[in-house]
Unconditional design. Structure first.
Length: 330
């Protein structure tokens, strides 16, 4: 297998992430889906802030007091979502307790469905009120992103779940079966590009350890190929193998930052629709790293996978689509 013989094209999507601390006025509607500030670093662990409610049950039309509190912080972003679908859209609307510290934002088609800061003024508590909509789901969970300072922030801090009376107990979706994932002990780099491995880089001379670089490499190792992918830590990184220069009918691989861990999976692209994730995992030796604003993931894949539907054999030439951007709802 002659990896440098790959034909390739590069497609780069824009990363619409939002520097919350860079928007001191709190106008961060672009963060409605991901709730991720684009600050060039990974979220801090564990959270230092909490969300408290004054009730545990609600009916449509009820008003619930929501308190976000903890050590001094500058920026914040609060939403309520269906507890069974936390990647879904915001649910319900808010009203303010103190317009000097907080403001209402519209996410999607729901007016006043999020709350954010009005300035970088330090605060230890924010109080707002949530109004349950007429079509509210059985269980609602509150989420908050908090920025202490530019490189210290927490994404989607989970708050309490409130339920409608007599609603069945909330259930969570079981995570897909996957191989054990380990952390990369140290970052990989562009060493060996053009010699021992085939690399795609944007810009062409960038190093894989840089947050401003999109990097993808393939290295032949016996009957398998080692793949390394690197880029900005917010959202997702992905590449797809294609028989032509158009999206559709493609073999895709995704590394998705889900706030506190990385999900590495295979998928199939149908036209310009969202990727169809596989239920089985064809990848081995999956590892990842989130540090210094850089997301890095690596995995090994057999050259031939006759039993895996949608996976292309790696003994032929393909076009390569490389993408990064925001992630929400799968």
């Amino acid at each position: 297998m002659d990896l440098p013989g790959f034909a390739f094209a590069v497609w780069l999507s824009l990363c619409f992430c939002v520097p919350m601390d860079g928007y001191p006025n709190g106008k961060v509607r672009q963060a409605c889906a991901s709730m991720i500030p684009c600050h060039g670093t990974a979220p801090t662990l564990p959270p230092e802030h909490s969300i408290a409610l004054n009730v545990t049950e609600f009916r449509p039309g009820d008003t619930i007091e929501v308190n976000l509190y903890g050590p001094d912080f500058e920026g914040f972003f609060i939403q309520a979502r269906d507890a069974a679908h936390l990647d879904g859209p915001a649910v319900g609307s808010f009203t303010l307790a103190d317009p000097r510290l907080s403001q209402l934002l519209t996410c999607g088609r729901t007016k006043n469905s999020a709350v954010s800061h009005t300035s970088k003024r330090k605060k230890t508590q924010i109080k707002v009120y949530w109004i349950a909509p007429g079509d509210a789901p059985n269980h609602v969970q509150f989420l908050a992103t908090v920025v202490k300072k530019y490189k210290t922030f927490w994404v989607k801090i989970p708050g309490p779940i409130v339920s409608q009376p007599n609603a069945p107990s909330p259930t969570t979706e079981a995570p897909p079966t996957s191989q054990p994932i380990s952390h990369l002990s140290k970052p990989f780099n562009a060493s060996g590009c053009g010699r021992t491995k085939f690399c795609v880089r944007n810009p062409s001379n960038c190093d894989a350890r840089s947050a401003s670089c999109s990097f993808l490499s393939f290295q032949l190792e016996g009957s398998s190929v080692l793949v390394e992918m690197s880029g900005p830590s917010e959202g997702y990184l992905a590449f797809a193998l294609s028989h032509d220069q158009w999206m559709g009918g493609d073999d895709a691989y995704l590394c998705v930052n889900e706030g506190h861990h990385l999900r590495v999976s295979t998928a199939y692209l149908k036209g310009r629709s969202p990727p169809v994730l596989d239920t089985e995992n064809a990848l081995e030796d999956v590892s990842w790293r989130l540090a210094d604003g850089v997301l890095q993931c690596s995995f090994r894949r057999s050259i031939l996978l006759p039993a895996s539907k949608g996976r292309f054999n790696l003994d032929a030439s393909y076009y390569i689509f490389l993408a990064d951007g925001e992630s929400s709802g799968g």
